[in-house]
Design a protein around this ligand. Structure first.
Ligand code: TYC
Length: 102
């Protein structure tokens, strides 16, 4: 029974019967240093975009300051942010990637 133990998994199981889980936008932020080609590679590698889609989002971030890469459940979004940040730092780029609740 869902009320027997008030731990996270049981609370989650009860909640999902009432409302869908919250989704989070994964957002890339512009900076003056990360190469455009690197950002295109990030969008292709971690967000399954083709080169045309990736280039469009990269240019949107470059001109508008930010752009949405995708919308995911919390754990998936958090993993994307970690993977992008680790890949950028490993290549010594300051690229910023954040998540925000929809
Ligand atoms: N502004 C960067 C440049 O001129 C390109 C860039 C695009 C950086 C998107 C970050 O999220 C970003 N090289």
């Amino acid at each position: 029974m869902a009320t027997k133990h008030q731990d996270g998994s049981l609370l989650e199981a009860r909640r999902t019967r009432l409302t869908p889980p919250p989704l989070y936008r994964v957002v890339l932020l512009n900076d003056d240093f990360t190469p455009m080609d690197f950002v295109v590679t990030v969008l292709q590698r971690f967000f399954a975009m083709n080169r045309e889609q990736a280039t469009r989002i990269m240019l949107k971030v470059h001109t508008e300051g930010r752009g949405v890469c995708g919308t995911y459940p919390r754990d998936v979004a958090a993993t994307k942010v970690e993977q992008v940040t680790a890949f950028a730092r490993g290549n010594q780029h300051p690229l910023a990637c954040v998540m925000e609740e929809n």
